[in-house]
Design a binder for this molecule. Structure first.
Ligand SMILES: [Zn+2]
Ligand SMILES: [Zn+2]
Length: 311
């Protein structure tokens, strides 16, 4: 058995808190052979890499409205049109990430843990096509082993996390999300696409049911075709299992479709933002991959894929 958790966040991510050293200790404790630390590098139009808009900043207002749902009716917020409807967008503020602190530490850590744990230097690069110059400069400045290309933010740089799906048309939102995945797959510099059914998780909370992905089958085929042609892959993100949501991103039928489309490159990631989730559901993920027809998981060094047999 070879376990490689290829998606996790440290205190250097805006939404993480854990020390890198503690993450390595936890990985060894959980019996992992290899990890990739993939802190967020979300890219925004008109900003340098490392600068970001933090929408989640107004601590003084009650986080929940009268209906018990999150309230984003912030001062500074504005009514905006988004795919599937309109919503009040929270007012964001600019903040900065300690990019140099992260990678200086991470390069040192890789050497320090050699022989006990393979530590890969990664990034979760969010919507790089929003500002290709900033994304390219980031990749040129910091030599990485592995890059997840993700879409979190859609129109107005707003994370889908904030969308109120009780008031939006979920199918239209997912269709717009797929447009962006296709754009990223065509233009982006990355190794695997992250959590390709990301909005579906938040839809489940809003509408109380799974979105039917069957109508998107042809577009998934297009997406997987583009990835295969470019020598890129996807991830099996098990954060939903770690957090008790019960589903993976993507779910099994889409994994099977990816394999049917000759997809081979696939990493497994917990998307852990806390120590307890590191290395979660590795065995279950490999069992799922076997069921979907995969025989190998993928690991990366210096952006080059390697294949480890599932046993
Ligand atoms: Zn993500
Ligand atoms: Zn992540």
């Amino acid at each position: 058995m070879y376990f490689a958790d290829y998606h996790m966040h440290s205190k250097y991510s805006f939404d993480g808190a854990e020390e890198l050293e503690a993450m390595c200790r936890e990985a060894v404790k959980k019996g992992l052979n290899e990890i990739a630390v993939t802190d967020h590098m979300d890219i925004y139009e008109g900003l340098d890499y490392g600068q970001m808009k933090n929408f989640d900043v107004d601590q003084d207002l009650p986080p929940f409205g009268p209906d018990g749902r999150p309230s984003y009716d912030f001062p500074g917020g504005q009514l905006v049109e988004i795919p599937g409807g309109s919503m009040v967008m929270p007012g964001g503020v600019l903040c900065k990430m300690d990019v140099s602190g992260l990678y200086t530490q991470l390069y040192a850590l890789t050497a320090r843990w050699a022989g006990r744990l393979k530590v890969r230097v990664g990034s979760e690069l969010g919507q790089p096509m929003r500002n290709k110059a900033a994304a390219d400069k980031f990749l040129a400045d910091w030599p990485l082993d592995f890059v997840i290309g993700s879409i979190h933010n859609m129109d107005h740089d707003l994370d889908v996390y904030y969308y109120d799906f009780t008031k939006l048309d979920p199918a239209r939102v997912y269709s717009a999300y797929l447009d962006r995945l296709l754009e990223l797959a065509r233009e982006g510099d990355f190794d695997v696409l992250g959590h390709i059914t990301y909005p579906v998780r938040y839809m489940e909370k809003g509408i109380g049911r799974q979105l039917d992905l069957t109508p998107f089958t042809d577009r998934f085929r297009d997406l997987f075709g583009i990835l295969e042609y470019a020598g890129r892959g996807i991830e099996l993100n098990v954060s939903g299992l770690c957090r008790g949501i019960g589903s993976t991103m993507p779910p099994l039928p889409i994994l099977k479709l990816y394999r049917e489309c000759h997809g081979e490159i696939i990493t497994v990631g917990s998307d852990a933002h806390e120590l307890a989730h590191i290395g979660g559901y590795q065995q279950e993920a490999q069992d799922m991959l076997l069921e979907a027809g995969f025989r190998y998981i993928t690991t990366f060094e210096k952006r080059k894929a390697d294949f480890v047999k599932i046993s």
